[in-house]
Design a protein around this ligand. Structure first.
Ligand SMILES: Cc1cc2nc3c(=O)[nH]c(=O)nc-3n(C[C@H](O)[C@H](O)[C@H](O)COP(=O)(O)O)c2cc1C
Ligand code: SF4
Ligand code: SF4
Length: 437
C-alpha cells in the first residue's frame, strides 16, 4: 500500500491534501469537520490585524462560469480576509490544533506592509502552536486597494522584505503565497527565497470579471448595480497554476524551494499532476466549496490506488518527476512526427473534426467518401496538430500516432529521422545560420 504521508517544510500530515485559506477554513466548526472527512491539513482563513475586522459586502460575492452540463468550471469571488475578530480565530486555532495534533494547521496572515504590524501579530499566532504561517500576498481585490494582498505580491522587493521580517520574528515555517497577477512568476518566487521563506504556495486567485448582466449592464456579482473585479479560481485556472508551479520548480535560482500547489485541484489526478511538476503537496478550495469536504476521500483513494498500480511507494517517488520534461519551445524535437488516426468503430460521424480541420487547420479530414459520410485522416495533409482530438466529442476516438523512425511522412516526403534536432540548429533559424557562419 502506497505511503501518502506528507512532510512539507517539516509540517507533517497524513496525506498531501490541504484545504486552502478560504471559507472552508474560516472557523473551528468547518475545520474540525474537514479533518473528520479526511483532509490532511488546512490553511486557516487569512487573519488580519487586531481591531475591528474587515466587512464584506452583504450581497452576492460569487460569480461563475459553467460547462454545458452546468458543471462549475470557474468561480470568481469578491470576499475579503476573515471578518471575525483576531482573538476569536486565534483561540479556535489553538483548540483545533490541540484536538487534531496529527493534522497540519497553518495560519494565513495579511497585515499592512510595515514591520510593526508583522512584529505584533507573529507572537500571537505562534502562541497558538499552529504548524506554520502562510503570508497572503495574493488577494487581488479589496485588500490590494488597501496596500495588502497582491499589491505586495506584485513587488518582489516587498515580498523579500516581509519574508525576512517573518523569519526574524518567528520560529515557525514561513510559506509565501504568491499572486498569479504578475508577468513572470519566477521573480516573486526568487524574492521569497531571498527573504528566507521556507516555501512558496501558489496560485492565489486571478483578477477577473466573469460576466455582465445585459439587462442592467452591471458586472456580476452585482452589488446595487455595480460590480468589481474579483479573484478567479476552480478547474479553469489549473493550467495557469501548473505552468507557474513548473516555472518555479525548474528555475535554477529557486531549485529545491518547496512548493505547495494550488489552483483547480478537483480530483486525485489534478493533485498528482501538481506533484509531478514539483509541488510537495496541494491545497484545495473550489472543489470543497462545490462538492463538500468529502471530496477528499476520492482524492486519497485515487492517489493511493494509482501509486499502487504504478509501483510508486511514497510521494517522493512522484514529486518533481515531470519537471525535467518541461522545456522551452526551442528545445522541442522537430524530427518527431505524429498523425491523427480515427477509430471508425467509435466514430459517430458528427463531422466536428472535419469542420475544424477544414476551416481552421489543414484540410486533412474527409467528409464524404464514395457518396457516404466518412471521416478519415489524409496523412499526406495532416500536420499532427491535435485540434481534431480536442474537438471530437467521443473520448479516445481520435488519437495521435507517432510515425516510427524510418517511416515515410507522406506530407513532407521525408523519412522520420532517428536524430533529435531542435530550432536552435534549424537551417530556417536566422540565429542558427548566424552561429554557423
Ligand atoms: C471565496 C474565496 C475566498 C478566499 N479567501 C482567501 C483568503 O482569505 N486567503 C487566501 O490566501 N486565499 C483565499 N482564497 C484563494 C484560495 O485559497 C485559493 O488560492 C484559490 O481559490 C485557488 O484554489 P482553487 O482553484 O482550489 O479554489 C479564497 C478563494 C475563494 C474562492
Ligand atoms: S491533427 Fe490537425 S491537421 Fe491532422 S487531421 Fe487533425 S486537425 Fe487536421
Ligand atoms: S469528431 Fe470524432 S465522432 Fe465526430 S466525425 Fe470526427 S472522429 Fe467521428
Amino acid at each position: 500500500m502506497a505511503d501518502i504521508r506528507n512532510d512539507f517544510v517539516g509540517i507533517k500530515s497524513p496525506n498531501p491534501f490541504w484545504l486552502a485559506s478560504a471559507p472552508p477554513t474560516d472557523k473551528a466548526y468547518n475545520v474540525e469537520r474537514a479533518y473528520k472527512a479526511g483532509w490532511g491539513g488546512v490553511v486557516w482563513k487569512t487573519l488580519g490585524e487586531e481591531g475591528p475586522p474587515v466587512v464584506n459586502v452583504n450581497g452576492p460575492r460569487y460569480g461563475a462560469i459553467w460547462g454545458a452540463d452546468r458543471r462549475l468550471l470557474g468561480l470568481n469571488n469578491i470576499e475579503l480576509i476573515t471578518d471575525r475578530q483576531l482573538q476569536l480565530n486565534l483561540q479556535e486555532i489553538k483548540q483545533v490544533k490541540k484536538n487534531w495534533p496529527d493534522r497540519a494547521l497553518v495560519a494565513s496572515i495579511m497585515v499592512p506592509c510595515v514591520e510593526e504590524s508583522w512584529k505584533a501579530i507573529l507572537p500571537a499566532v505562534e502562541e497558538t502552536e499552529c504548524d506554520g504561517i502562510e503570508l497572503n500576498f495574493g488577494c487581488p481585490h479589496g485588500m490590494s486597494e488597501r496596500g495588502m494582498g497582491s499589491a505586495v505580491g506584485q513587488v518582489p522587493e516587498y515580498i523579500e522584505m516581509v519574508a525576512r521580517w517573518c523569519k526574524q520574528y518567528t520560529r515557525m515555517p514561513v510559506i509565501v503565497k504568491l499572486t498569479p497577477n504578475i508577468t513572470d512568476i519566477r521573480y516573486p518566487a526568487r524574492a521569497a527565497k531571498k527573504g528566507g521563506a521556507d516555501a512558496v504556495s501558489l496560485i492565489n486567485t486571478i483578477s477577473s470579471i466573469t460576466s455582465v448582466n445585459l439587462d442592467t449592464f452591471s458586472p456580476e456579482p452585482s452589488i446595487d448595480g455595480k460590480g468589481s473585479h474579483g479573484g478567479y479560481c476552480g478547474p479553469a485556472v489549473k493550467p495557469i497554476a501548473l505552468n507557474m508551479v513548473a516555472e518555479i520548480a525548474r528555475d535554477p535560482q529557486t531549485a529545491g524551494l518547496p512548493i505547495s500547489g494550488i489552483g483547480g485541484v478537483t480530483t486525485w489526478r489534478d493533485a498528482a499532476e501538481f506533484l509531478a511538476l514539483g509541488a510537495g503537496n496541494v491545497q484545495v478550495c473550489t472543489a470543497a466549496m462545490t462538492y463538500g469536504f468529502k471530496v477528499v476521500q476520492e482524492m486519497i483513494s485515487g492517489l493511493s490506488n494509482w501509486m499502487d498500480e504504478k509501483g510508486h511507494r511514497s510521494l517522493s517517488d512522484i514529486v518533481g518527476r515531470a519537471t525535467p520534461n518541461v522545456t522551452d519551445w526551442q528545445y522541442l524535437n522537430l524530427n518527431y512526427v505524429a498523425k491523427a488516426h480515427i477509430d471508425q468503430d467509435l466514430c459517430i460521424k458528427c463531422g466536428r473534426c472535419h469542420i475544424a480541420c477544414e476551416d481552421t487547420s489543414h484540410q486533412a479530414i474527409t467528409a464524404m467518401v464514395n457518396g457516404v459520410r466518412h471521416f478519415e485522416v489524409m496523412e499526406d495533409e495532416c500536420v499532427g496538430c491535435n485540434l481534431c482530438v480536442n474537438v471530437c466529442p467521443v473520448e479516445g476516438c481520435i488519437t495521435m500516432v507517432p510515425l516510427e523512425v524510418g517511416a515515410l511522412d507522406q506530407r513532407t516526403g521525408k523519412t522520420v529521422s532517428p536524430d533529435y534536432a531542435n530550432w536552435t540548429t534549424h537551417p530556417n533559424n536566422p540565429m542558427a545560420r548566424q552561429a554557423a557562419e
